[in-house]
Design a protein. Sequence first.
Length: 477
Amino acid sequence: MRRILVLILLFPLLSGACAPHSATQLDAQLQTAIQDNRLAPLQPAPEVSPAKLRLGQYLFFDKELSGNRDTSCATCHQPLADTVDHLPLPIGTGGTGVAPNRHLGPLKPLVARNTPALFNLGQPEWRTMFWDARVEQTDDGALIARTSQGPVTLPPDLENVVAVQALFPPSARAEMRGFKGDPMRDSPGDVDIFGRQNEIARYLDNDIPAIWNGLWNRIVAIPEYVDLLQKAYPDTPVDEMGPQHLVNAIAAFQIDAYTFTHSPWDEYLAGDKHALSPAAKRGAILFYGKAGCNVCHMGNLLTDQKMHNIAAPQIGPGKQPAIEHRDYGRSLITRRDEDIFGFRTPSLRNVTLTGPYLHNGAYDSLEDVIRHHIDPAAALADYDVMHLPPEVRQRTWISEGVNRAMLDRLDPLLQVPADLTDEEISDLLAFLEALTDPAAKDLTKTIPDRVPSGLPVSDDPAVMQQFLQDKPFVRHP
Ligand code: HEC
Ligand code: HEC
């Protein structure tokens, strides 16, 4: 009897000694994983002149860059909403309200893909932008961009993929550019918030040079911007500048404002053994071991920047609404069969802040995302559209045929073991939590009080209404 009692009392100690659960054992195992995967803390953002950052900040928040003067980068990448909008699918020009309480304007479409976060864009590893990597830095260092209509002509002297990326939202009709008239449908085309013609809407979708020529003219019509441009680039006369000077500044601002290098994971990588809870350590060991997440979520940004088909539920209008609301992902750019349904592995930095998740925001919770990776077929079968906002739900058409086509082509690298226990999933979640830098939780200080166009910085409809009341002279030029 006494012997049994002793055994019962000793059991927790004995079992603890068998499984690698003591702090030092966990650290030793994790150290091996860190070495094998050659991981290091993130690097701080490079030094940039205050004038260039100020120019970039103003442009990021200035609705002057949208055809209808009603949308800025921050409309979707809202600092008060963690540089995203917390909507499955974003709402651009014509919409009203501040993310995530933003709603579609009359006759305006939803944007087809989820808004990605803007964290740590200055890390030297970045080679691609967008869910389909249509902006890319090639191995020889060249910056290229392609759309489904082919290669895009880019201005010279772009500094990085982030600057190339910034050329595109103002050219996308549903995001920032607005729509031109269509005589066949008797539609007059968009006007800006003052009722004036939207002169940016008339160009062809792929004509980035013409669209940006129009935007450049708008910006240099505002004396404060001319002054800022000269201060930001003191060695070049403004009349020798062009759109590249605008997007290089926008990129510099995003990198400076949204780089966060002190997540518990970075602190651990820098040598602080107490920065992670035991659960987060177990989660990291799983991530880089049994669960195989690092096969795709590799490196310091936790992405290989390659495209994979994990059979995400297809929700929203997709890129081809006419045929079953599908989004064929990367293959729309490359026209290659093997790229069908391929989407770029997202970085998992600060991922606990940036839901909903996947290229179309199909899931609200990280646990659902992990369970999808474990068993995509079961997750697709169980997928419930009822949690989606009505505007997305009404534009969703789940198709058995598309689900089967996605599962048939599932990426062979997606071999997350089906026997991950609930405890292991919760350990993985603890690791994902450790990828969030607490300093990234409040981005209020990155928002300017005003912008040089004088347009409202906020998307609050009351602010917009008040602004239009106060400025009748602008409304009737
Ligand atoms: C209407 C909402 C909306 C607006 C406005 C908007 N974006 Fe985005 N942004 C998105 C969406 C959606 C994507 C992903 C699109 C895709 O991959 O097909 C994206 C992608 C990006 C990315 C790529 C991130 C990555 O990891 O690949 C960056 C950077 C970015 N936007 C910055 C900007 C800037 C700068 C502006 C203003 C010039 C802007 N965005 C305006 C919704 C928006
Ligand atoms: C085969 C490559 C691959 C493997 C292995 C993999 N993932 Fe992913 N993961 C992806 C891709 C690709 C996406 C985006 C797919 C999409 O949007 O259609 C994604 C999305 C995610 C997201 C959503 C992030 C966001 O911002 O939307 C999380 C979280 C995630 N993965 C975690 C994990 C974890 C944890 C594991 C291991 C259990 C794992 N992944 C294994 C490729 C992979």
